[in-house]
Design a protein around this ligand. Sequence first.
Ligand code: DSN
Length: 421
Amino acid sequence: MSETFIGSDFNELQASDPEIADVLVNELSRLRNGLQLIASENFTSPSVLTALGSTLSNKYAEGYPGKRYYGGCEVVDVAETLGIERAKKLFDADHANLQPHSGASANIAVFGAFLNPGDTFLAMALPHGGHLTHGASVSYSSKWFNPVHYGVAEGSEDIDYDQLRALAREHKPKLILAGGSAIPRLIDFKAIREICDEVGAIMHVDAAHFIGLVAGKAIPSPVPYADVVSFTTHKVLRGPRSGMILSKAEHAATIDKAVFPMMQGGPMMHVIAAKAVALKECMTPEYQAYAKNVIENAQVLTSELVGHGLRAVTGGTDTHLALLDLQGIGVTGKEAEARSGASGIVLNKNSIPYDPAPPSVSSGIRIGTPSVTTQGMGTEEMKQVASFIARAINTDSASEHAAVKEEVNALVSKFPAYPRP
Ligand code: DSN
């Protein structure tokens, strides 16, 4: 243990537990050696990783800054207070709760705050781009509550606001939820606010996917419209794997009580400190430029893939992600994911709206540019990436996959993730 020890000491881990030390090394090597195009992942900064690997992990701090159920919280209180203040400033929000352990935990707290068992809420259907926690049949959110789902219009493949309004009028939901995990287009928050006001519903935006673009002022914010905004902190936002909730002042106490003690126990103070670090990073000009580059890269990658014969759901993207329909080239999402993987390209199969294939096969892939943009790649590299994907998914040939992988590695070696000092 050196004088500067604050938590992480890789040499000590290597000596005491070489098997797990190898896992850490191998994962870093995996990140450095392929193209990471999972839309919900990113490469968080070494400073965020330092906070995560710190002794703050040891502290029990049930409660909130200044009102804890344990002694010795005066130091961790500083981290949580800084994080809350930074979140309020960055998002211009009345209130911020940094304690949710994940996006799913944040959502269960929002439901706990506003719904009773059996209450009706309205949300985007999972096969149209929603999320498991938005009332999917396998989730607590459908077992304990009564979800009604809206979707996208068949022609535009964008949210069907007429259907949303009609369902809201018919079912009078207590809460209307906007957001999801495969929505390439901007959401009309004003329209949803008007529908909520008309039927007296709480407006909840699950901004997990796009909140980092909001933080970077690259797309409009839901905060002025929504009663409550929940999100994960590890996607475009580039923080630790965790969750957060913003709300209007009038809901602050309800949200705080729903997170703790209703849904969670002790907060993870090392993760809260890491969230505070990420929020400070988001305020820099570098991050603001990054957020815009993420979108530009996604748009170029998408239009290049369209040039290679794939079809972009909704015709393109306004955000960090795109959904590509593969039916025109006669390849399934499952095949495309496996073939890309064999070529050093990590992406995921994804259902497209009105998908004739089951989710385990699916007719599409989802791509995202948060990680490659963090690596410093730009639009020229996106053209190369599109051609790699097209070559990979159009063949079953192992030798062609190996050839693409070699070119992928040549590209990423120029833009290393976590560059060595
Ligand atoms: N699993 C996340 C995603 O990939 O979008 C959402 O929870």
